[in-house]
Design a protein around this ligand. Structure first.
Ligand code: AMP
Length: 362
C-alpha cells in the first residue's frame, strides 16, 4: 500500500468548505495541500499551500496537478468522469477511487445498490411521462419525485399527493431521469459517517440525528435518540456497503428510522459530510483527519466521543450570529470565509458542547 509520509503533498479536488476543513486537517499532520478548483478565491485555497485554478476539463492542468501531488482526494462526488480518468492516466493515486462516485451520483443506481447490499429503502421506481402509471402503481401516493442526478440540499424534488401533481412535477423536473419514492413517515433521520482504509480497516462515528429545513441540513445532535440495536444495524449496513465498493476514505449514509424500527437507506455521500462536522470538536479524531489518513495510507484510529453535541449550520444571514457564538464558552465556531452570504448558503457551523461524558479513569 502506498503511504504518504509527513511532508508529502495531498491533492484535493474541490475548493469549498469541505476542502478547506480537509486542508486544515492535512496541515495538522504535516502535509502540504494542493487544491484544484475552478473557483478563484475559494474557501479551501485560502488555507492551502498551493492552488490550481482551472476547469475540470482542462487536461493539461489536471495532468500537472497529478504530477505535483502524492495522492488525490475529493471534497465532492460530482467529479466529472473524464477528470478522474485524466488524473489516473497521469499516474495519480486516487483515494477514494472514482468508481464509487458513479453509484452515488444517480439516485436509482444508489438505491439499487443499497438493496443489493441488504439495505432496505423506500419503495422507488424510475418515472417519466410514459411510465407514470406503472411507477405510481409500484410506489403509491403520497410520494416524492426527485431528479435522479444533480439534486442536492432538497433541490430538484417535489412532494406529490395525486396523479395530476405527479404529472406537473414530471413536467417541471424533467427532462432528465427522474425517480419516484414512497413518502416515508419516518420517526427521525440519522446518518453514519465512517472511514475505510485500503487495507480494509473500518471505523465509524456514532450515528448523528439530523434535522432538515427546506431540504437543507440545519442541525445534527449526537447521540441520536435511537436504540443501541438500531445504531449497530446502521453501522453494519455502512460497513457492508463500503466493503462492497472496496472504498477508501470517508463516506456517509443517511437513513430514515421508521416507527417500527426499520432502517431505510436514503442516500450516501462518498466524502466527508455536513452531519459529521461535530467530530472536529467532540471526538478523538475528526472525519476530516480520517479522510486524510485514509488517503495517505495511515492507520485509522477508532473515534471516541468526549461530549454530547449539537451542530448547527449557519446558513446565509445566520453568519451574522458569529458574535454571540464567539462569546459562548460552550460553542465552537467554524466559519468558511465565504465572501458573500446568500440565502441558504452554508457560511459556517457551530458545535455546541452539551455535556462532558463521564469517562472511565484507568
Ligand atoms: P434527499 O435529497 O434525498 O436527501 O432529501 C432531502 C430531505 O427530504 C431528506 O433528508 C428528508 O428529510 C426528505 N425526504 C427525502 N426523501 C423522502 C422520502 N422518501 N420520504 C420522506 N421524506 C423524504
Amino acid at each position: 500500500m502506498m503511504i504518504v509520509p509527513p511532508g508529502g503533498t495531498i491533492g484535493i479536488l474541490g475548493g469549498g468548505q469541505l476542502g478547506r476543513m480537509l486542508a486544515t486537517a492535512a496541515a495538522e499532520l504535516g502535509f502540504d495541500v494542493h487544491v484544484f478548483t475552478p473557483e478563484s478565491d475559494s474557501p479551501a485555497a485560502r488555507v492551502a499551500a498551493r492552488t490550481t485554478v482551472a476547469s475540470y476539463d482542462d487536461a493539461a492542468a489536471l495532468a500537472a496537478f497529478a504530477a505535483a501531488v502524492d495522492v488525490v482526494t475529493f471534497e465532492f462526488e460530482s467529479v466529472p468522469h473524464r477528470a478522474a480518468e485524466i488524473l489516473r492516466e497521469a499516474g495519480a493515486v486516487l483515494r477514494p477511487q472514482a468508481s464509487a462516485f458513479a453509484v452515488a451520483r444517480n439516485r436509482l443506481a444508489e438505491k439499487r445498490f443499497f438493496n443489493a447490499v441488504g439495505i432496505e429503502t423506500a419503495a422507488f421506481a424510475p418515472i417519466g411521462a410514459e411510465t407514470l402509471d406503472l411507477a405510481l402503481a409500484a410506489v403509491g401516493l403520497p410520494a416524492i419525485i426527485k431528479t435522479a442526478e444533480d439534486g442536492y440540499d432538497g433541490k430538484g424534488q417535489a412532494r406529490v399527493a395525486s396523479r395530476e401533481e405527479a404529472e406537473a412535477a414530471i413536467a417541471r423536473l424533467g427532462p432528465g431521469p427522474l425517480i419516484i419514492e414512497a413518502f416515508c413517515q419516518f420517526e427521525r433521520e440519522i446518518s453514519i459517517v465512517a472511514a475505510r482504509g485500503e487495507d480494509g480497516a473500518f471505523v465509524a462515528f456514532e450515528p448523528g440525528e439530523n434535522r432538515h429545513e427546506a431540504g437543507i441540513l440545519s442541525t445534527t445532535i449526537v447521540p441520536a435518540r435511537i436504540s443501541p440495536e438500531i445504531a449497530a444495524k446502521a453501522r453494519a449496513h455502512v460497513s457492508a456497503l463500503m466493503e462492497a465498493l472496496a472504498y477508501v476514505g470517508v463516506l456517509a449514509v443517511e437513513f430514515f428510522v421508521m416507527p417500527d424500527g426499520r432502517l431505510l437507506g436514503n442516500e450516501m455521500a462518498p466524502r466527508v459530510h455536513n452531519s459529521g462536522h461535530w467530530t472536529q470538536d467532540a471526538a478523538s479524531v475528526s472525519q476530516f483527519e480520517l479522510q486524510i489518513r485514509a488517503a495517505a495510507g495511515w492507520p485509522l484510529p477508532a473515534p471516541e466521543r468526549f461530549a454530547d453535541v449539537e451542530m448547527r449550520n449557519l446558513l446565509g444571514e445566520d453568519a451574522a450570529l458569529w458574535r454571540s457564538f464567539a462569546a459562548d464558552p460552550k460553542a465552537r465556531l467554524h466559519l468558511y470565509g465565504k465572501r458573500e452570504a446568500r440565502t441558504g448558503r452554508k457560511m459556517g457551523h457551530v458545535t455546541l458542547l452539551k455535556a462532558t461524558k463521564d469517562r472511565e479513569v484507568r
